[in-house]
Design a protein around this ligand. Structure first.
Ligand code: SF4
Length: 337
């Protein structure tokens, strides 16, 4: 299935410029963008991955990860192929670092089918766009999101945040919650390990906060790549001053993937960085760390345990109606079922 892409400019000699993400690819006739799913065909930019699904599953919302958005509820999660980044540590490279013709497991779907499937399970909150980079499937994602909202359900976007402001503003109109990767806090890291840049991601985060949409930030800590404590402290300070001290931050443990062979992040590193982050932020979680209490939500005022998590099992043990701490009454930024 192919569809004409949004956000592009026609140039002379049948060339086009894609304006969806900050790469701003200029494509001669017949050429493909960096994301491998947007192609110039006779002077028209086509979205080749429109309606192609690589993965579809009812996941716990905690798996996105979102810890403060309908905790304990499932969300229908869909992915396609393609990505505008080249992360050397990608955990989904079989679908993200390929195009439609390079992946055998694709199935077709239209937006109403996806939205109907989401509504077929009574406690499902809506649809999450995830697995590969959903932004490079902008047109299909938007069409599904409109159908999902029409049915009164929620849209969740799990993304690298590398997008231009104009398409982002359209997404903000239909997206209820964002899980955004902040992969590092230096331009050098973004350039060397992801072939992209940090500044547009920071702008995306600021725009989401200004919109009032729910946001959680994910930071993967990779030994010898982005585990400099000084850079990390700068990142945490920026999050606090620019996004707010109640910003949810997930620190995630890296494991060797794709082009990276560096051994996994020591648990002690995750715990040490979490301690640094908690000095400035109220809600900091440790991901990919077995048996860690760093996944629980504690009240930042009285330290009462509010939400207990064990793997993907979630218990709202200490939260009262209206998402307040049952012990001290502090209002917690959790969107409840
Ligand atoms: S979305 Fe794809 S084609 Fe468009 S600018 Fe980004 S990488 Fe290039």
């Amino acid at each position: 299935m192919r569809k004409e892409a949004l956000f592009y400019t026609r140039l002379e000699n049948k060339r086009v410029q894609c304006n969806l993400c900050p790469h701003r690819c200029i494509l001669a006739n017949g050429k493909m963008g960096i994301c491998r799913v947007r192609k110039n065909v006779d002077g028209k930019l086509l979205a080749l991955n429109y309606g192609w699904i690589s993965s579809c599953s009812f996941d716990p919302v905690e798996k996105k990860p979102l810890y403060h958005f309908y905790p304990g509820q499932p969300v229908l999660s869909i992915g396609s192929v393609g990505c505008n980044l080249r992360c050397r540590f990608c955990q989904n490279d079989t679908i993200s670092q390929t195009g439609v013709e390079g992946y055998n497991g694709l199935t077709r779907a239209d937006p109403t089918q996806v939205a109907d499937l989401a509504l077929s399970r009574s406690n499902n909150i809506g649809v999450a766009y995830t697995y590969n980079e959903p932004l490079v499937g902008f047109e299909f994602m938007m069409d599904v999101a409109v159908e999902v909202h029409r049915r009164g359900a929620k849209n969740v976007l799990v993304t690298n945040g590398f997008i231009e402001p104009e398409p982002l503003d359209q997404l903000l109109a239909v997206t209820d919650a964002f899980s955004i990767d902040l992969k590092g806090f230096t331009e050098a890291f973004y350039r060397q390990y992801t072939s992209s840049s940090l500044a547009p991601v920071k702008k995306t985060l600021e725009r989401i906060v200004a919109s009032g949409r729910h946001l959680e930030v994910v930071h993967l800590i990779i030994p010898k790549a982005n585990d400099n404590p000084v850079d990390f402290q700068r990142m945490v300070s920026w999050i606090r001053t620019t996004l707010g001290r109640e910003t949810v931050l997930h620190l995630s443990r890296y494991f060797p993937c794709y082009q990276m062979t560096t051994p996994a992040t020591p648990v002690s590193t995750i715990e040490a960085f979490a301690a640094i982050a908690r000095e400035k932020l109220d809600y900091v979680y440790c991901g990919n760390v077995p048996n860690s209490t760093g996944q629980d939500t504690l009240c930042p005022v009285c330290n009462h345990r509010l939400i207990r998590r064990n793997g993907y099992s979630t218990g709202l043990t200490g939260l009262g109606p209206g998402a307040v701490c049952q012990r001290c009454g502090h209002k917690i930024p959790v969107i409840m079922p």
